[in-house]
Design a protein around this ligand. Structure first.
Ligand code: KIV
Ligand code: NA
Length: 256
């Protein structure tokens, strides 16, 4: 049975932790869905597996292409797709067009937008009114990398208060869930207690209602990963070894 946004809110009430991971194509999505992940995010962090330095260059067409591939692999998880940089900030019309394309063309159930400042909260409220489920994202927002860097956010009293207010504004705007990225654990706990929608943390401590990681980090597929990621296996080593073994056998005429 497919997981819904209402199900996630129920799980928060029941204290059941939500398991989320990212995916960028059919093969990965099919594996992580079958392994029991609750929410699959087609994150613009797929920039790393596409060879980009930041998330900024990814286009809406690229996100849609990958989201369609992911969607074909998923039977159970809720599929959420990131709206990439400057496909929603320009105007409400632009955001509606981008989010609408994602839902209509990919079959994903929801979109995610970065930021909690008033104009974004307003845009999100209108998307939600139009029937588009939206996930929020505050704290470190990688689409603002040239302003924020990749540092932990919310370290000062003032910054921490601002992020809390953004979280409240996004809940009022109607997000069904909120990503908290790279903020102090006590701030994430405070936000989690304050909101009735589930918080999904990444580098935000243990007190969130769920956790998300970037799958290429979890699998050890990329050269670098952020300090808060946990690498559960090293696919770079596994793949390198398999390819080297194959190359040796072909050159020695042992395979086939
Ligand atoms: O793009 C992404 O992977 C994300 C997660 C880190 C939440 O936005
Ligand atoms: Na993202």
């Amino acid at each position: 049975m497919a997981i819904t946004t209402q199900q996630l809110i129920q799980w928060k009430q029941q204290g059941r932790s939500i398991v989320a991971l990212t995916a960028w194509d059919y093969a990965i999505a099919q594996l992580i869905d079958a392994a029991g992940v609750d929410l699959i995010l087609v994150g613009d962090s797929m920039a790393v597996v596409l060879g980009y330095e930041t998330t900024l260059p990814i286009t809406l067409d690229e996100m849609i292409y990958h989201a369609k591939s992911v969607r074909r692999g998923v039977k159970r998880a809720l599929v959420v797709v990131d709206l990439p940089f400057l496909t929603y900030q320009e105007s409400l019309q632009q955001a509606m067009h981008s989010a609408g394309r994602v839902l209509k063309e990919t079959g994903a159930q929801a979109v995610k937008l970065e930021g909690g400042y008033p104009a974004i909260a307003e845009t999100i409220a209108r998307l939600v009114q139009a029937g588009i489920p939206v996930m929020g994202h505050v704290g470190l927002t990688p689409q603002s990398v040239h302003q924020l860097g990749l540092r932990q956010q919310g370290k000062t009293q003032e910054a921490s208060e601002r992020i809390l207010q953004e979280a409240i504004a996004l809940e009022q705007a109607g997000v069904f869930s909120l990503v908290l990225e790279h903020i102090p654990a006590d701030l994430a706990m405070q936000i989690t207690q304050k909101l009735s929608i589930p918080t999904i943390g990444i580098g935000a401590g243990t007190h969130c209602d769920g956790q998300v990681l970037v799958t290429s980090d979890v699998l050890g597929l990329t050269e670098k990963h952020p300090p808060f990621a946990k690498v559960y296996t090293n696919l770079r080593e596994t793949i390198t070894k398999a390819v080297q073994d194959y190359a040796v056998e072909v050159r020695d005429r042992k395979f086939p």
